[in-house]
Write a protein that binds this ligand. Structure first.
Ligand SMILES: [Zn+2]
Length: 163
């Protein structure tokens, strides 16, 4: 089965080139696969979704994707957008809240920090389940969106940096 890749000329966001070159394509491929599977079933058919995903994903990706789908479907992905269109996500994780940037695969969780430090190891994915959750939520319009002031969005970004 061939996968449809995102058209590079269509709505491609500005992405940190260092991170994008390393992992952007892998992440896009993964999200395309997940998006396709989710389009085959209703959100309530979790068992069927997981069964299908298990067939097409590596075991490492499978666990992260299942957690990410749960987070997206249970409305734990919050998107905050300022008047200047700066957007960040706050993800309610099991052990706290994490900040994910909209246009770069970046998260404030520990798992992401370790993944990045090992990015030359091909067995490691350089993105965590929160980044996947944000991408899935965005694609499927599952995020809880709120318009906030510039100051509030900056505060959320700082909250992530200082955690
Ligand atoms: Zn994370």
């Amino acid at each position: 089965m061939s996968l449809t890749l995102i058209d590079p000329n269509c709505n491609t966001p500005v992405i940190n080139p260092l991170i994008f070159n390393m992992n952007g394509q892998d992440l896009n491929d993964l999200i395309e696969k997940v998006d396709h599977v989710l389009s085959l079933y209703k959100p309530t058919q979790r068992r069927d979704i997981k069964k299908k995903l298990k067939k097409i994903l590596s075991s490492d990706s499978y666990d992260r994707v299942c957690d990410a789908i749960e987070m997206a479907l249970s409305k734990r992905v919050h998107r905050y957008t300022s008047p200047s269109q700066r957007s960040v996500y706050r993800i309610e994780g099991n052990r706290g809240n994490y900040i994910v940037y909209q246009y770069a695969p970046y998260c404030t969780c520990t798992n992401f920090k370790f993944a990045v430090s090992h990015r030359n190891d091909k067995s490691q994915s350089s993105f965590c389940k929160h980044i996947i959750a944000a991408r899935i939520a965005e694609r499927k319009r599952l995020e809880e969106s709120r318009d906030v002031s510039e100051q509030e969005v900056q505060q959320i970004i700082l909250e992530g940096i200082e955690s």
